[in-house]
Write a protein that binds this ligand. Sequence first.
Ligand code: IPM
Ligand code: MN
Length: 384
Amino acid sequence: AQKSRIAITPGDGIGPEVVAEAVRCLETLRSRHNLNLEWTRFPWPSHAWHEEHGESMPENALDQLKAFDAILLGALGDPGPVDDPQRYLLPDSISLAPLLDMRKGFDQWVCERPARLLPGARQYLADERAKDIDMLVIRENSEGEYVSQGGRLRKGTPNEVATQMEVFTRYATDRIIRYGFEQARLRAGERMKQGRTRQFKTLDGRTSESQVCIVTKRNALRYWGDMYSEAFEEISKEYPDVATHHELVDAACMKFVQCPWAFDVVVASNLQGDILTDLAAVLSGGMGVAPSCNLNPTDAKMPSMFEPTHGSAPDIAGQGLADPTAMLFTTARMMEWLGRKDPALAAAGQKLFDAVAADLAENAGAQRGTHEIGTAICHRLESN
Ligand code: IPM
Ligand code: MN
């Protein structure tokens, strides 16, 4: 197969620490399985870069990244050194913009955030059924509340008005919903292979192996809510084997805590998906284990971006305390994605996933540092 190339952007805070462990695992996999894989590091910590250049990444960052098959990102966002009185004065828009620029610039219109409570992960819910939590939240990643349209009128006066527009197109709605149904089928197929089954009810009362739940706030935000619902209805007819379900976002929050095991695939708008996936991350054991990816499934020339759900965690940065598990699950997903071009990479991704999951299962509740966890997982990869 052709060589696959990864751009690695460690970013800020704990980003470089967890990325270092991902790179060690990639090195181990590459040499052990002779993978045709290479990577290039782009050290663009937003604070330092900003101080020097007034921006958090070089102006041509996207052009540089475009040449790669995938981007592996640690975390972005840096309030500055703890002893700096200017701390937190760096505008968020500067340190975070690259993330949103990449999603937009490479049309990464799908954000996949699985939440599965794997053995060994911290179980926040007391209910025994929490062990069955296994959902995939699919966040619309290209528009909606994140279009950044609006402004501030009469800024700084008592009569100031801020407007923030939300834009939903039928085009982006259809494609994300269809993607959700496709994932539901794939997941049911995967479960079948592993001898796991789940039962949902279709609208006409049949049982089904999979389900898609659409989330809106249709009772208050009528226009997009209605459009989402109609698109969902129509597209669901192409997937009679998949059960369907509609939740309002507030009720979805409640049910994520009350009965998260009842969800399979969940499709949500950009902002609602953002909020729901922090909640879902906790259901799966916390930010330390929650992977994420930003995909462009339609244009193979555009790199997809893989970053854990967590941020740069400045409070624990530089201490070797961050859990690299989320980053490593994210890396495994990246390898699976690259496997579309080179099946050897998908196989390596599966090995990585299995090693991380086994490490988690065997070290439930253990207090271990970033490097210690990475080392244990590398050892597993060497002997598997
Ligand atoms: C995420 C983050 C970002 C988002 C922020 C950092 C802009 O919260 O990836 O979930 O809102 O998308
Ligand atoms: Mn978020």
